[in-house]
Design a protein around this ligand. Structure first.
Ligand SMILES: C[S@@+](CC[C@H](N)C(=O)[O-])C[C@H]1O[C@@H](n2cnc3c(N)ncnc32)[C@H](O)[C@@H]1O
Length: 326
């Protein structure tokens, strides 16, 4: 098991966002997945790229709605090798997280999930780890703000004795569900419908001990959530921030853009936790990825490449960034 290895590599770096090279090197260290990774890495060969890229662009154009990345067809054309790296990293991470993370939490029925708002609840195990991480950083009396809560983390925090939990979400269904359960258990949770694109009302601005967020894994999504988090803080600038995100999904230029953004808004990264966030992948997306593997295997037969069943991920495994004011 190489997770501890990865953590060591990360700890030896100065706290900050990892570089693309360190992300790639981390997954290459993992021996259990070597055969699968080698098969995937062969997709970088120019001959194979030439054969596959037009077809992949077409397929991703058809299915980009289902996987909620409308820019995916463009990415296939411009960032092929990085996408192969991203797929390889997820294979490695899935091997680490197999079995222990299958139960989803939060708004977990796909009929309730609102894809328009990028909802993708984390696993039950990860929900508890999220609450543990928050408890490491602040005491139960400190005010906590959750920006978006399809995981229902606010309820878990209140269950553990957090006395001052505020949650905002754009989706009224989530807010009503939290309010309903909080009322049943007499949990001290303030839950409000709020779009992070708008400034917060005055009553929501206070000196939070910690603000937790799970933005869409794009630079635009991160900027929206982190930028908005700053508007909820009082002038004291003592708030800590945790953002779940996935560095590799930002691709190489996106990591640099996010690094520069944090510096421009006066935040510094105090810790980076690779493989922190785990989300069971929905049935529809898994079906698409399975069909993609089948198609690729047919096309790759003449190159004697076979992608194993393990190359279809069951989880999306992302990271967490901890930040403070400079
Ligand atoms: C963004 S989603 C999780 C995204 C996931 N990490 C991913 O990579 O796709 C987390 C929560 O944020 C909420 N949310 C999304 N956009 C929002 C907005 N503009 N304002 C407030 N909440 C928002 C969603 O309803 C959901 O409950």
């Amino acid at each position: 098991m190489e997770s501890s290895n990865q953590a060591e590599v990360q700890n030896s770096l100065e706290a900050g966002l990892p570089t693309w090279e360190s992300l790639v090197n981390n997954y290459l260290l993992v021996s259990e997945a070597r055969a699968h990774i080698e098969a995937l890495q062969r997709l970088k060969s120019p001959k194979i790229v030439k054969q596959l890229r037009p077809l992949m662009t077409g397929l991703f154009t058809l299915f980009s709605g289902a996987i909620r990345r409308p820019n995916l067809p463009d990415l296939v054309n411009t960032h092929w090798n990085e996408l192969v790296d991203l797929a390889s990293e997820q294979v490695v991470r899935n091997i680490h997280h197999a079995n222990s993370n299958s139960l989803t939490t939060g708004m977990n029925s796909s009929s309730i999930l609102n894809h328009k708002f990028n909802q993708l609840p984390c696993s039950q195990k990860n929900l508890l780890e999220r609450a543990d991480l928050i408890a490491e950083y602040i005491g139960c009396d400190a005010p906590v703000l959750l920006l978006g809560d399809d995981d229902l983390l606010s309820l878990e925090l209140a269950k553990r004795g957090f006395k001052n939990v505020t949650v905002v979400d754009i989706d009224p269904t989530i807010i009503q569900r939290i309010q309903h359960i909080a009322a049943q258990h007499d949990f001290p949770i303030r839950a409000k419908v709020h779009d992070l694109q708008m400034p917060p009302s005055a009553d929501l601005i206070q000196n939070y001990g910690l603000i937790f967020m799970d933005p869409p894994c794009t630079v635009a999504g991160l900027k929206l959530f982190v930028g908005s988090a700053l508007t909820f803080c009082s002038a004291l600038r003592t708030t800590k921030f945790i953002a779940c995100t996935h560095s590799m999904s930002l691709l190489q230029p996106g990591i640099e853009e996010f690094r520069n953004y944090l510096s421009s808004v006066g935040l510094r990264v105090t810790a980076y936790k690779p493989e922190f966030a785990v989300y069971p992948i929905g049935k529809e997306v898994r079906f698409f990825l399975g069909a993609l593997r089948f198609t690729l295997n047919v096309l790759l037969m003449r190159h004697k490449i076979k992608l194993a069943r393990q190359t279809v991920p069951r989880f999306f495994v992302s990271d967490a960034v901890l930040m403070q004011h400079k």
